[in-house]
Design a binder for this molecule. Structure first.
Ligand SMILES: Cc1cc2nc3c(=O)[nH]c(=O)nc-3n(C[C@H](O)[C@H](O)[C@H](O)COP(=O)(O)OP(=O)(O)OC[C@H]3O[C@@H](n4cnc5c(N)ncnc54)[C@H](O)[C@@H]3O)c2cc1C
Length: 306
């Protein structure tokens, strides 16, 4: 892995760095580029703007690694609030949930029950839920919870990360009828015992998994901003006889917005992942680690302010 990326991801887990960055006044400006705002109203306003421009949305209430049942309950209530506030926007906007934000580190059963409450509210609102995938120590537990949730709500989506050695097998398991699988490269610092370290290997794995998903009978959701992969996905989709609309492109809020609109104008479903809420630190650090230019942007802003 790129040493700068490892350094930023390590800093992300350091308490002192977290306090420094989270309280620096300039952080707010940088955060606004990637995060919709702190409140349900902010999230709904950004969703409305994106939907009006022809995009679909998945909303993430920020937070992760919760070791406090009250905090987990707070997150569930935030999702319930959001789902009831979406109204007609729910036809174009779903939610993404991190199980560690709803209690997975405390007890898998608690996380499953909390996720089930969010799924029931999503069903009532007329939309869907996708379970985000976090670091590899949570993968088996997340797939178990997914399996349980899908018995009642077969539309619950999964995320699989092409940097993990295991992922092609997971893709084959999950590419059956009606399944919704989001394929991404993966955003955490993972050891070589479980994950490819070279970008070229991660990309090759991404293409293998793309082919398997397109050959399956579910709805693949390709989450990448990588121009080369976006082109390959288009070519492979054609080869598999998959018209636009039978799969999704997904990108993060604030990253390659022109490309999002270009793909939508070509008739593709493009879903933008929109995070909101006060717990933006871990999310922001992963975005910094992906692109040194983002860190330079942040540091420049810091220097200009001081
Ligand atoms: C909808 C969505 C959901 C996701 N869910 C998860 C998840 O559940 N679990 C998980 O581990 N990861 C998740 N990710 C993150 C993902 O794993 C990658 O870390 C992230 O998408 C960057 O990889 P990339 O495929 O865009 O390729 P990269 O090789 O990282 O980037 C390719 C190009 O995209 C642009 N780009 C990429 N990232 C940035 C950035 N931060 N800022 C500016 N430009 C950028 C640049 O032009 C770059 O050259 C998700 C990503 C998306 C889009």
């Amino acid at each position: 892995m790129n040493p700068l990326r490892s350094l930023i991801l390590a800093a992300a887990r350091n308490g002192a760095t977290r306090r420094l960055v989270a309280t620096a006044p300039v952080s707010r400006d940088v955060v606004r580029r990637f995060v919709a705002g702190e409140t349900t109203e902010d999230a709904v306003a950004v969703t409305r703007r994106l939907v009006d421009s022809g995009l679909a949305v998945t909303l993430d209430h920020l937070g992760e690694d919760t070791t406090d049942t009250e905090q987990a309950e707070h997150t569930v209530r935030a999702y319930l609030d959001l789902l009831s506030a979406l109204g007609p926007l729910a036809a174009h906007a779903e939610v993404s949930v991190k199980l560690t934000a709803v209690g997975q580190l405390l007890d898998e059963g608690l996380a499953r029950d909390n996720a089930a409450r969010i799924c029931a509210a999503a069903a009532e609102a007329g939309t869907t839920v996708t379970l985000d995938m976090e670091d590899h120590t949570t993968t088996d537990s997340t797939l178990r919870v997914l399996d349980g949730l899908r018995r009642e709500h077969p539309w619950v989506g999964a995320v699989l990360q092409s940097y993990l050695h295991r992922t092609l097998d997971d893709v084959l398991d999950l590419s059956g009828p009606g399944s919704r699988v989001r394929l991404c490269k993966g955003a955490y610092a993972e050891p070589e015992s479980v994950a490819f370290q070279e970008p070229v290997e991660v990309d090759k794995s991404y293409v293998r998994c793309t082919n398997a998903l397109l050959a399956g009978s579910g709805v693949p959701m390709f989450a990448t901003h990588d121009p080369r992969l976006v082109r390959i996905i288009g070519e492979r989709a054609q080869a598999h006889g998959r018209p636009p609309g039978s799969y999704e492109h997904q990108m993060l809020y604030g990253i390659r917005p022109e490309e999002q609109l270009r793909l939508a104008r070509l008739g593709h479903t493009v879903r933008v992942y929109v995070p909101y809420g006060g717990e933006w630190y871990g999310y922001l650090m992963r975005r910094m680690a992906e692109r040194p230019a983002n860190t330079a942007f942040f540091l420049r802003a810091l220097v200009t302010r001081t």
